[in-house]
Design a binder for this molecule. Structure first.
Ligand SMILES: [Mg+2]
Length: 176
């Protein structure tokens, strides 16, 4: 299997504006400039993967159908440029290794799609996103949207004002 590099994105607060336990597609707002950046990443050869914790699925705040409707709306707003989505329904109090900062979802994506984690990036707005990327050996970018301003000291490789700026950083590092 040939190894491709990927850019892993957190969803809520990173690719779309933060809505606590978003369960309504009418509340989905892609971050400005996200679709244009994804198009450039895709063109440059990066695989684009969403990695999202969705504990609302196990607490009953989000149904599976609502989760899927929200994802579909985000995908539509992002011009169908998302190659794959991995989600973890675990409760935060009772996580498996799939829940970020665990690397289970990245490991699955790597196995499913032949992704080279060492050449990949993780972009997110929380400490758990950055720690997940670090745990998997990815380079990391913290965005200041969503909860990002609360997690500036987590030790990401880069900090960017939003996902659009984060993708500019990735685009400055061509897939090797
Ligand atoms: Mg987030």
């Amino acid at each position: 299997m040939s190894d491709r590099p990927a850019v892993f994105f957190d969803r809520d607060g990173t690719l779309m504006e933060e809505v606590d336990y978003c369960n309504n597609p009418a509340d989905v707002r892609a971050i400005a400039g996200a679709a244009a950046g994804l198009a450039r990443l895709s063109e440059a050869g990066w695989m684009i993967v969403i990695i999202t914790n969705q504990s609302g699925l196990s607490s009953g705040k989000i149904t599976q159908a609502q989760y899927e409707a929200v994802n579909a709306e985000l995908g539509r707003q992002l011009d169908g440029l998302i190659d794959a989505v991995y989600f973890c329904p675990d409760a935060s109090a009772n996580p498996t290794h799939r829940r970020k900062p665990g690397t289970g979802m990245l490991d699955e994506a790597s196995s499913d799609h032949g992704i080279d984690l060492a050449r990949s990036w993780m972009i997110g707005d929380k400490d758990i996103d950055i720690l997940c990327g670090q745990n998997a050996g990815c380079r990391t970018i913290l965005v200041e949207t969503g909860y990002g301003k609360k997690h500036l000291s987590v030790g990401a490789n880069f900090i960017a004002p939003d996902v659009s700026a984060a993708m500019e950083i990735v685009l400055g590092h061509l897939p090797e």
